[in-house]
Write a protein that binds this ligand. Structure first.
Ligand SMILES: *[C@@H]1O[C@H](CO)[C@@H](O)[C@H](O)[C@H]1NC(C)=O
Ligand SMILES: *[C@@H]1O[C@H](CO)[C@@H](O)[C@H](O)[C@H]1NC(C)=O
Ligand SMILES: *[C@@H]1O[C@H](CO)[C@@H](O)[C@H](O)[C@H]1NC(C)=O
Length: 187
């Protein structure tokens, strides 16, 4: 009986020691995560994206559609883009880069674009650096949030989010201007 009690106490002590070590491991890995994020820089960017499907400045190209019928407002259509990014709303304001990638209408109701693009910066400050944007672009909502998955150059190891805001949406021509507010944490 005495021996059983002693064993029980020993195993309780062992359990407590294990829990203590476990707690230390968890708190030190939390501290490591926090300090890793503290060291990251935060950068906020605001620019305008000219997403024109028609007209002489068009940079949106149909690449796929159900039965080769291209309608980006309908489920299943996919386009490639090389959209101009500018400092201000005006097309002729200084270019900061291009948004290159694809989006596909991925909602059966037609109201959501799955978007995957690289922001390729060409302005003096971020020339040659890129950010990778991905997510659900519910374009009928004025503000929607997409993920910043990663980046290169000055944006290595980037993580963050991008708020897209529709400034202009002309459905007959399928031309749009979006304001992009991007917040990224990076090395
Ligand atoms: C198209 O590009 C030209 C030349 O840069 C510019 O003057 C014009 O305003 C642009 N059109 C639109 C609709 O932005
Ligand atoms: C960006 O880099 C390219 C290639 O290195 C260079 O040709 C161009 O002049 C640079 N642009 C700016 C604005 O610094
Ligand atoms: C985006 O940035 C602009 C300029 O700083 C600001 O006026 C606007 O409110 C921001 N929009 C969002 C959705 O945060």
């Amino acid at each position: 009986m005495a021996q059983i009690v002693a064993t029980k106490m020993a195993s309780d002590r062992f359990l407590m020691a294990t829990l203590f070590v476990l707690a230390l491991v968890i708190s030190s890995s939390e501290a490591a995560t926090k300090s890793r994020f503290r060291k990251l820089k935060e950068t906020n960017l605001v620019f305008y994206m000219h997403d024109y499907a028609t007209g002489r400045n068009a940079t949106v190209l149909n690449i796929a559609g159900p039965a080769n019928h291209f309608d980006i407002l309908k489920f299943g259509t996919m386009v490639a883009i090389d959209d101009k990014l500018t400092e201000a709303y005006d097309w002729d304001s200084p270019q900061v880069g291009r948004a290159r990638g694809v989006y596909a209408n991925s909602a059966v109701e037609g109201n959501d674009l799955y978007l995957s693009m690289s922001l390729v910066f060409t302005n003096r400050e971020y020339n040659g650096s890129t950010l990778q944007i991905q997510g659900s672009d519910r374009f009928f909502i004025k503000y929607r949030e997409l993920s910043v998955m990663s980046g290169t150059g000055k944006f290595r190891m980037a993580r963050g989010f991008a708020i897209l805001e529709t400034m202009l949406l002309d459905l007959p021509t399928l031309n749009a201007i979006l304001r992009c507010n991007v917040t990224v944490f990076h090395n």
